[in-house]
Ligand binder design. Sequence first.
Ligand SMILES: [Zn+2]
Length: 517
Amino acid sequence: MIPAKAAGTLAANRRTGSRAMPRIAIAMLSHEGNSFTPVATDLAAFRSATFAIGEAEARAAFQGSESEIGGALEFLAAHPGWRADFLRMAQAGPAGPVPRDSYEAIMGGILPALSATRYDAVYLALHGAMLIEDEPRGDLETLRRVRAAIGPEVMLGASFDLHGNMDPEIAALLDFAAGYKTHPHVDQRPTALRVLGVLARCVAEGLRPKGAIAPMGAILPSINMRTAEGPMAELEAFAAGLEAAEPDLLDASVFGGFTYGDTPSAGATAMVWHASDARRAQAMAAALAGQMRARRDRFFIHLPTPAEGIAQVLAAGRFPVAVTDPGDNAGSGGIGDTPGLLRALLDADVTVPTVFAYITDGGLVERARQVGIGGDMSGTLCGRLTDAYGPPIPFEGSVLALTDGKFRNTGPMMRGVESNFGPTALLSLAGTPGGANVRVIVTSHSRSPHDPGLLALHGIALDEVKLLCVKAKNHFRAAFAPLLADIVDVDAPGPAALDIAAFRFRHAPRHLYPLAE
Ligand SMILES: [Zn+2]
């Protein structure tokens, strides 16, 4: 005899088509595409960052980490009745569009399994600002193909970065989605748990959420988009208020958009999911987009030049302090190759111990390895990939340290996930004019230097450094703001420079502010 409660569950399962042991497919394809960098994001770029498949590799890379796949593993631990297949999990640092053949190679680890197996649910960790070389709405193509593979009945959920350039059609392809609520992004794991929790309700209870995405009509710079203060903090509070006031409102996400992704879906958007009411989701997304529009101009701020920023922190005399160069921030598609901040640093001839993190030049690292620790070397720094942002800088110095460039993040963002900068060298610029007190980290890959592990890897302790010059932006603050007296952003030429009007957009709608100005 079947107990009454179990009989009810069986009836519900028949109604929703779910089985006693629900089966879910989990995959990740996360890429933030910068249309203005000379560096493409090929398969090698994914392989050097994250390119895992299967549960064992998922656990090795993400178990217990502050990441979306870490969240998926946590969900499965809490739902022992669920069976999961980990398909391709690919993530690369932000850079140029993904070549078509690289994209197809990644999808080859996802689509065949989705077509061949009857899943109850599929969870995708996406970014929202992916560019494919011949398709600037990369995530839209991914979701169209995934939906075509699984059919209309299988529950499809996705999580997105706060900087996604969200096409409104995405909401129609999904059964539920959520974006990060923090910048720096310290809520990747809970965002995955939110999506998986709703997918579980879809499978078990027959929940059928309805979503809507409303554009706000502007491309925003992300420099003043932190969620700790300013307009984005107010918008996140407004979105949280919507959720709190209406239990059936399952998620309200604010997407600042990715400034340097030139796509028909460029620009900031609001996304809202309601448990059942499509009209309510649309109305709330429109209301949230209206709140974004009302704060638009506060996202556009002025920054000092590198020379002004360095002079400012030296005059203030509060150490340790950082000067950051968002225009070549790897987290925005930076290339670790623009000379603006290093030129200004050498011109300032600083008398305090200074570390410059970092320049990307695998050839220079290789030469440093041949020279060996303690050996002298000379050459040029920056301007290797292009002189569009300024000429290379001649240097004379010596090799202080060599590393394999790998460490597990210890800071609050993506804690526990491995960072791989490729082989690195720490150089002294003591023989270079203005470089007497300057050390430079040279890496083989351009990666976000948001974790203190990069300094520790090179034997650099913050208490012996007075000035840090970093190719970084907001994510750097998650770990470093509590450790530093101040962080000053400057604006130098680069593939992620502040002035949006200086970039030549071809795909973004011309009516978007500030392109229309
Ligand atoms: Zn982001």
